[in-house]
Design a binder for this molecule. Structure first.
Ligand SMILES: *Cc1c(COP(=O)(O)O)cnc(C)c1O
Length: 365
């Protein structure tokens, strides 16, 4: 069997190492995973109850159009229902956008260190990927604008950016959007939207009224703590959303996921509580990095990227031996690691393990 030539060399996505695997391989009893930006506080108890209540309905197909959930979300964020599309995670929405808009000969612009799913989907569709270097971990919007050609179809702005955690501000984004040709789509991936506290973060939903070419991505996987259920969404102009719906599988979000998401939207107290605890954890980590003399990027997310001064892969391995899973292997930042902000005791264990690891390396130099 001969596959499509352009998919042959696409790498398989490498997820954060699963806890069970690390326990088995290293014979450790306790393993802390701070690698996939999952919510360390889980999901809201009220959401777990909504899931239990839905269990008697499993023999029924889900509502393919997620009508009830769409109406609820539309009211919550202040758009019309025909401006929203749900996906099996926002990952699927990225795939659907790529499938609807990208083809060989098209160019798509993204940062050189950002969420890898944009590039893999562009590769699958045969579009040419143009990567623009980050500046101090931040999207360089003027350089991204300068990269636009007649062939450009989509520009991906991961805001806040994964893995660096930085944001572009409302002013920077508006200046950029004013200059981007209206036939070029700008995707604003706001997977960490609910974690942001910066006052100058874009109010992107309001920008939809001024710019027809924006699509916003958000998810229930991060602060809502529902990563296992796979549900996220895109918000954009009704015409764009209709096109995306044309390539969507009929039942791409499950009944359980829809029920959970409906309840999750209703329980904003949980979200607020998680945001506050996350900031406390972030401050603790920043204080530790400062004490250890380590440089980090300013983060508006539930993770933070820090320069260890040693090969990140080696630090990853050393922390793994101590039962702590983080992320490394960022090609543009070979000495940096990305750590998810955990619960206080997890953060303390991470700092202790990092400090020991760095001391050992110091001693062997
Ligand atoms: C986690 C993440 C997503 C995808 O989340 P889903 O679980 O597919 O909804 C999208 N974009 C970024 C930047 C992320 O970090």
């Amino acid at each position: 069997m001969k596959p499509k030539s352009r998919i042959v060399n696409i790498p398989v996505y490498q997820p954060g190492k699963p806890i069970e695997e690390v326990k088995r391989e290293l014979g450790l009893e306790q393993v802390i995973k701070l690698a996939s930006n999952e919510n360390p506080y889980g999901s809201a108890p009220s959401v777990q109850q909504a899931i239990i209540d839905e269990l008697s309905q499993l023999y029924l197909y889900p509502d393919g159009g997620a009508v009830e959930l769409t109406a609820q979300l539309a009211a919550h964020i202040g758009v019309q229902p025909n401006q929203i599309v749900f996906g099996c995670g926002s990952d699927e929405v990225i795939a659907l956008i790529s499938r609807s808009f990208l083809e060989p000969g098209d160019e798509t612009i993204m940062a050189d260190q950002t969420f890898s799913v944009y590039k893999s989907n562009a590769d699958i569709e045969g579009a040419t990927v143009v990567e623009v270097p980050l500046q101090q971990g931040k999207h360089d919007l003027p350089a991204m604008l300068a990269a636009v050609t007649d062939h450009t179809k989509i520009i991906w702005v991961c805001n806040p950016n994964n893995p660096t955690g930085t944001i572009v501000t409302e002013d920077e984004l508006v200046t950029f959007l004013d200059a981007v040709p209206s036939n070029v789509m700008v995707v604003l991936d706001e997977a960490y939207y609910e974690y942001v506290v910066a006052g100058d973060y874009p109010r992107s939903v309001e920008l939809l009224e001024r710019y027809n070419n924006i699509v916003i991505l958000r998810t229930f996987s991060k602060i809502y703590g529902l990563a296992a259920l796979r549900i996220g969404y895109g918000v954009g102009h009704a015409d764009t959303i209709r096109l995306i719906n044309q390539v969507r599988e009929p039942f791409n979000t499950s009944r359980i996921a829809q029920a959970a998401a409906r309840q999750a939207i209703s329980d904003q107290a949980f979200v607020d509580d998680c945001r506050i605890k996350n900031r406390e954890g972030m401050e603790y980590l920043i204080a530790a990095f400062d004490r250890l003399g380590l440089t980090h990027f300013p983060s508006e997310t539930n993770f933070i990227m820090v320069d260890t001064g040693h090969p990140g892969m080696e630090i990853f391995q050393a922390l793994l031996q101590r039962g702590i899973i983080i992320r490394s292997g960022h090609s543009k930042y070979p000495t940096w690691i990305r750590v998810t902000i955990g619960r206080p005791e997890q953060n303390e264990a991470f700092v202790q393990a990092l400090e020991q690891t760095l001391q050992e390396r110091q001693a062997t130099v």
